[in-house]
Ligand binder design. Sequence first.
Ligand code: GUN
Length: 300
Amino acid sequence: MANIISGTHLAADVIETVKTGAQALLKSHDIRPGLAVIIVGEDPASQIYVASKGRKAEECGFHAVTHRLTADTSEDQLLQLIGELNADPAIHGILVQLPLPAHIHEENITQAVSPDKDVDGFHYSNIGKLVAGAGEDGFVPCTPAGAMMMIRRVRGDDLSGLDAVVVGRSNIVGKPMASLLLAASATVTIAHSRTHELEEVVRSADILVTAIGQPEFVKGVWIKPGATIIDVGINRIPDPHKGEGATRLVGDVEFDIASVVARDITPVPGGVGPMTIAMLMANTLKAACLSAGVKPPVIR
Ligand code: GUN
């Protein structure tokens, strides 16, 4: 049976470090890290994520504000709010929850956030720093940053000689994840919906990161014995055993079988999910520290 990598425990460690760092910054510079979260529309999953981000920011001792905008908000109105937050000295991090309604052009929004408040790491300046391995002052997207921390815990900092496969090529997870694995010297393959012989590609992975969004799409028998599996998928499926209309969360990987074959595996829920929020808090503390010229605590 594989080692289960608990995101719940690891995230709690990160949050403790963030709390301590936030208290120190308040004491030394009278700065309370400020996080603004913007949500447009009523998407129920996004509403839940945004609420938990706000709660966690408060738990960390941050100044936390949530802007809830209606689905008919125009792109100009959203840009206006981002401009105000960019200029607000009490705000160090700005997160616009995705997806946005179809009439708003996502790129215009992600690129309007000031790069030094871009705690999502979606601005091209931060993407460039990640891909080029340049500078310590950039922001890494929260989900891949959390996934990478889990990989480091079980595999160490140097992934030389290991084959890593990332399934999914999104800007939020797949592409930045591949950059992080490459920076750690893994041999990286990015697979996606157009990849031929996906099963064979997955079977080559010493480290497998799945960000597909399809419940248990990756079968347990595809897994290489001894692999480390980081399952980013959070998929809600019907659970008739629990009663009519009941549901449960599963990942992109068939956990029951994969966990017999793998060396390490993340659960869903309680895996990458809590890490994403913890890394958002770490990025916000980092933004606040950098705004004051203070070296942020090392969280890795
Ligand atoms: N929607 C799903 N994941 C994310 C994320 O990491 N950041 C933002 N802003 N929206 C998301």
